[in-house]
Design a binder for this molecule. Structure first.
Ligand code: ATP
Ligand code: MG
Length: 180
């Protein structure tokens, strides 16, 4: 399984439709500061269902929609499509190629689709959940996050490890139960 392509349209700085074709193995994106490298990573997280504006480096969810520049008017919607090669059947769906897309409108409405058929966010989360990618998985290490780990106090560091190991949610549940 690997990401074959990612298409951004109206997503952050990518006003016009931009298609990135990827090969198996490692992909590097290089470019000057502010050219949109991290926006590509945000698009990956977003299309897989990310719901936190902060994780997408914005104040509110609408911040992912192209906000306009001096020469170009703002757009009304953001759209990201990710095509995954599934010839190894890693995703539990009977297709060798799986396309996931997410659209968001400025009025707050949003749409998800798998292989062109409209679906719920939950369907995307379930499709990706056993594959080791997707939300809540530590597959995306954000800019500055390595520094944060290196500079963390021992307590904070334990928090990172607990989160990665999936212990954190149980600890939170336990604390909540004890408070009752
Ligand atoms: P660095 O090397 O500094 O990490 P980068 O290549 O990762 O840079 P990004 O953070 O991906 O850069 O891109 C930042 C740019 O994206 C900024 O110029 C910002 O104005 C633009 N941008 C972010 N959100 C939007 C939006 N909604 N509409 C238009 N432009 C946006
Ligand atoms: Mg960056």
């Amino acid at each position: 399984m690997y990401v074959k392509s990612l298409t951004l349209k109206g997503f952050k700085s990518f006003a016009s439709a931009t298609k990135l074709r990827l090969e198996p193995g490692i992909t590097c994106i290089v470019g000057p500061n502010g050219s949109g490298k991290s926006n590509v990573v945000d698009a990956l997280a977003w299309v897989m269902g990310e719901q936190g504006a902060k994780s997408l480096r914005g104040g509110k969810m609408e911040d992912v929609i192209f906000a306009g520049t001096s020469g170009r008017a703002p757009l009304g919607r953001a759209e990201v499509t990710m095509t995954i090669d599934n010839t190894d059947g890693a995703l539990p769906i009977d297709y060798s190629e799986v396309t996931i897309s997410r659209t968001m409108f400025r009025n707050g409405g949003s749409d998800y689709a798998i292989n062109g058929t409209s679906c719920r966010l939950l369907d995307i989360q379930e499709l990706l959940s056993d594959s080791g990618i997707g939300r809540e998985m530590h597959v995306i290490v954000g800019q500055g996050q390595l520094d944060a780990v290196l500079r963390a106090t021992p307590e904070e560091r334990r928090g990172f490890i607990e989160e990665a190991a999936g212990v954190l949610k149980h600890r939170k549940r336990k604390e909540k139960a004890l408070r009752k």
